[in-house]
Design a protein around this ligand. Structure first.
Ligand code: DQA
Length: 150
């Protein structure tokens, strides 16, 4: 079965508590359950992870390359400044795997510092602004792309 890692960066473990007016009232546990359910519906083996640690998420991206897993990545604040994460994400797409950048909110409609993503240029594509549905849309787009390229 096609493997997909849904990787989440810093503070996303605080969903439901953190700025619910921006990120919604559902919890990170809800996101894990939804991601696994959507994956099963699409015939994808989905694993959802979250870390506040840049080194850990970089290591997970290396693991995705080594294991041939596609990635749905919400880099959270790392989006805007982590060249280490960008370079690790580039290894995923240059290996021929898909990497979809997702955001719950629409960073382009928020503070200036959120307008630029250092990851976007090495991602397969980006989906932002749809809350949890950003992840669902990313999984669907990934499944469609896999069928198209089969
Ligand atoms: C976010 C947007 C980022 O700007 C922010 O730092 C986050 C979450 C989102 O999902 O909307 O932590 O990636």
């Amino acid at each position: 079965m096609t493997r997909v890692l849904i990787l989440n960066g810093p503070n996303l473990g605080r969903l439901g508590v953190r700025e619910p007016e921006v990120y919604g009232s559902a919890s990170y546990t809800d996101l894990v359950a939804a991601g696994e359910r959507w994956g099963a519906e699409l015939g994808l083996e989905v694993q959802v992870r979250q870390t506040d640690d840049e080194a850990e998420i970089v290591g997970w991206l290396h693991g995705a390359v080594d294991d041939g897993a596609h990635v749905v990545l919400n880099p959270a604040a790392f989006t805007h400044y982590s060249y280490a994460l960008r370079d690790a994400a580039a290894q995923v797409t240059t290996a021929g795997l898909l990497l979809l950048e997702v955001h719950l909110s629409n960073p382009a409609a928020r503070e200036e510092f959120r307008h630029h993503s250092v990851v976007g240029a090495v991602a397969t594509g980006t989906i932002a602004g749809f809350g949890f549905d950003s992840y669902r849309l990313a999984l669907s787009a990934l499944a469609v792309r896999l069928v198209q390229s089969a």
